[in-house]
Design a protein around this ligand. Structure first.
Ligand code: ADP
Ligand code: MG
Length: 695
């Protein structure tokens, strides 16, 4: 057996071998170092194992017991039940999915540690627990007071036969046979000041802690390193931006802007006026603008962006206005083409919806400078699109795009100004972390006359009543959306889908209503027709998937019903809700949940119904879910956070920023340990960029 080094391929770890080693590498676990970075999800120890007769309802708990009985239960929904027993009692473990799989998996007499929230449903039960099969010896380890790591089990890892227990065998072996220590790039003075362990101790402490406290101190050290990497990227971008100078310049706002404001059917709100001033003032500066415009759904960001585009046009500059969906790009174009033409500004629309000849012709026209404002989707970044004098790049719903896409559009100009927009307001800590290199403008009011949207959630047994309610509402007041999580029936998950629902409801309860359907697989042309009809009031009920989530604007729609609301994140629910309440009439959202509800899902729904403020929703979503999914951290070129928690590790975030300020202040004069940290951070960030495909 060779010495294990951090860079040794995993195949040299006992029990892995070449074939499995290759498979692991394909899942991103190539070396010993990679596996050490794979962190436990939680831990088993005697202190958190509860005897079954002492379980309390509502509590998170781990129990250890033996399978006494197991089997499928039939009913309204099929489910799989396992009775787990210890010396003090028994509890039911319950699964509502993958029933066949569990049937093959369980055998009487197996021993498991199960972790989850205890509920009461004709006796104690845990729905979808975290499960860890124990052998006698692990069982003994726990009872001897050891703390044992439980690793996240992904489908990919299970497929190659690597359970949490399997990973534990590997990490145990590695930590026993590793012949070198993890190099520590954090200067000694820093971890002393911050009271953090060395990297090596943190890694071994996070896998095999000797106490609960050691888990937390180890985690904090790893979290600090993550935050440092994250902030490094932000600081670096900031530096680049501050030193850039643009080639174009702006005169004072002129006639066209004045005219278009007169054409608007409304007055700008004071929030809109404030951010417009901020943006215009940026445009007049010599360094290019990098500004994030944020504001709750429906607050009216589009008009502000269009004013900026028009200001660019007045100064003989072109503007690219990119939106994440065709529906949205088309809507912007349709709404603004007329008013813009009235003040002598040409605009056009480019989406993948057009024929390739059409696209090329628009690309060419734009390259010749004949289009002032080009609206479009991702299609804007393709090579056949060029600009003669691109001065302003606007990106709507920017969290839907990756850095690469933004970068490509940006590169079509010579230091253009950049305005990105989001309706998912970003909590301050996160804004600092992710967008520390952007200035932020916030619209903090809504157009006058908007009524708060009434939101309720119901379990799905109320569906017949809710459908009846839709009928009544659209007969009397206006139009409705019904949102589904799926396009069509799926074998994998048991969810309502829009196609079946459409077939069923249009011949029953919605028989005499005008119903339309859109989803991602409806042909663009047909979809446009449906949406146009909906906007014109020729359709009463629009049945749809979440393709309408982003930005769709129909002020006459006053009711939205969301099926399987438990499947959506808070921010997404709030986005969906933003499709109604856009006019002056009272709007209602009914979220339908399908049981059994996890705790988190229930909290989410309660919060959603009780709270209409996008900023608070975003904070809550961050706490419930972590930032990854929400803000596209994964595709943004920033490292993914495994150990850090942006809500509770604010002190570490501040500390990492302080350290970076020092590094960036005078990189040339740094002491050796600090210089090598700086270099290390640079190299790792370059490697990440490479992995992302050279964005
Ligand atoms: P979002 O900020 O979500 O992108 P939009 O720009 O789509 O919001 O605007 C939502 C709706 O509000 C649109 O119908 C728009 O015409 C309208 N609107 C925008 N500003 C005002 C205003 N100052 N007064 C009244 N209505 C406005
Ligand atoms: Mg919008």
């Amino acid at each position: 057996m060779p010495d294990l080094k951090l860079d040794s391929p995993l195949q040299y770890v006992k029990g892995v071998g070449p074939k499995r080693g290759e498979e692991l590498a394909r899942h991103g676990l190539a070396t010993v170092r990679d596996l050490l970075a794979y962190l436990p999800r939680h831990y088993l120890d005697r202190t958190n194992v509860v005897p079954i007769n002492r379980l309390r309802i509502g509590e998170m708990a781990t129990i250890i017991g033996e399978v006494k009985a197991h089997g499928i239960l039939h009913g309204k929904r099929q489910r799989y039940e396992v009775m787990l027993q210890d010396e003090t009692g028994a509890i039911a473990l319950m699964w509502f999915a993958a029933v066949r799989y569990w049937e093959r998996y369980f055998k009487k007499g197996m021993v498991f540690a199960a972790t989850g929230r205890v509920t009461d449903f004709m006796g104690l039960q845990i729905v979808h627990p975290d499960l860890e099969r124990l052998e006698e010896n692990t069982d003994r380890m726990i009872h001897a007071g050891r703390i044992i790591p439980v690793y996240p089990q992904t489908a990919a890892l299970s497929k190659i036969g690597l359970s949490s227990k399997g990973i534990r065998q590997l990490t145990t072996f590695i930590l026993e046979h590793l012949s070198e220590r993890m190099p520590d790039h954090l200067p000694v003075k820093e971890h002393q000041d911050l009271n953090l362990p060395t990297l090596h101790d943190a890694i071994s402490g996070i896998h095999y802690p000797r106490s609960r406290e050691e888990i937390e101190t180890s985690r904090r050290r790893l979290a600090f390193d993550e935050l440092l990497g994250l902030q490094y990227v932000v600081f670096q971008n900031l530096g680049k931006k501050r030193s850039a100078v643009k080639k174009h310049s702006y005169a004072e706002p002129g006639q066209k802007l004045k005219q278009i404001k007169e054409l608007l059917p409304f007055e700008l709100t004071s929030g809109q006026k404030k951010v417009t001033r901020e943006i215009f003032s940026d445009l007049q500066q010599q360094t290019p603008m990098s500004r994030l415009l944020q504001g709750d759904v429906g607050c009216g960001k589009t008009v502000v962006a269009v004013l900026a585009a028009l200001y660019a046009a007045e100064n003989n500059l072109q503007c690219a206005f990119m939106a994440p969906t065709e529906i949205l790009a088309e809507q912007h174009f349709r709404n603004w083409r007329g008013p813009l033409a009235n003040v002598g500004v040409t605009s056009d629309l480019l989406t993948s919806n057009l024929t390739s000849a059409q696209r090329k012709s628009i690309g060419k026209k734009c390259g010749e400078g004949k289009i002032d404002i080009l609206f479009g989707t991702h299609a804007l970044i393709y090579d056949y699109v060029s600009f003669e004098r691109l001065g302003l790049v606007i990106i709507d719903e920017q969290h839907r795009f990756g850095v690469e896409q933004r970068g490509k559009l940006f590169a079509k100009g010579d230091s253009p100004d950049l305005l990105v927009m989001t309706a998912t307001p970003i909590p301050r800590t996160l804004a600092l972390t992710l967008y520390g290199d952007l200035d932020i403008s916030t619209i903090d009011d809504l157009p006058p006359g908007r009524k708060p949207i009434r939101t309720v959630w119901r379990m799905d047994d109320a569906r017949p009543k809710i459908l009846e309610y839709i009928r009544e509402q659209v007969k009397e007041h206006g139009q409705a959306y019904v949102i589904y999580p799926l396009i069509e029936k799926s074998d994998q998950v048991d969810l309502e889908n829009v196609e079946d629902a459409y077939k069923e409801l249009t011949v029953s309860i919605f028989r005499d209503l005008r119903v339309g359907m859109v989803h991602g697989r409806v042909k663009p042309k047909e979809r446009d027709e449906v949406l146009t009809q909906f906007r014109q009031g020729k359709i009463d009920v629009l049945m749809s998937t979440t393709v309408i989530e982003v930005g769709l604007d129909n002020p006459n729609a006053t009711l939205m019903v969301i099926e399987h609301a438990e499947r959506f994140g808070l921010a997404q629910l709030h986005q969906l809700r933003g499709r109604v309440g856009r006019g002056e009439k009272q709007s209602t959202v009914v979220a339908i949940a399908h049981g059994p509800l996890s705790d988190i899902a229930q909290q989410r729904l309660e919060y959603f119904a009780a709270n209409g403020n996008g900023f608070q929703i975003a904070e809550a979503d961050l706490q419930l879910r972590g930032p990854g999914e929400l803000f596209g951290v994964r595709q943004s070129g920033l490292p993914e956070l495994r150990a850090a928690n942006l809500t509770s590790d604010r002190d570490l975030l501040e500390a990492s920023r302080k350290l970076l300020e020092r590094l960036f202040d005078k990189p040339a004069n740094l002491d050796k340990p600090y210089r090598s940290l700086y270099q290390y951070l640079r190299t790792s960030s370059e490697q990440r960029q490479l992995q992302l495909g050279g964005g």
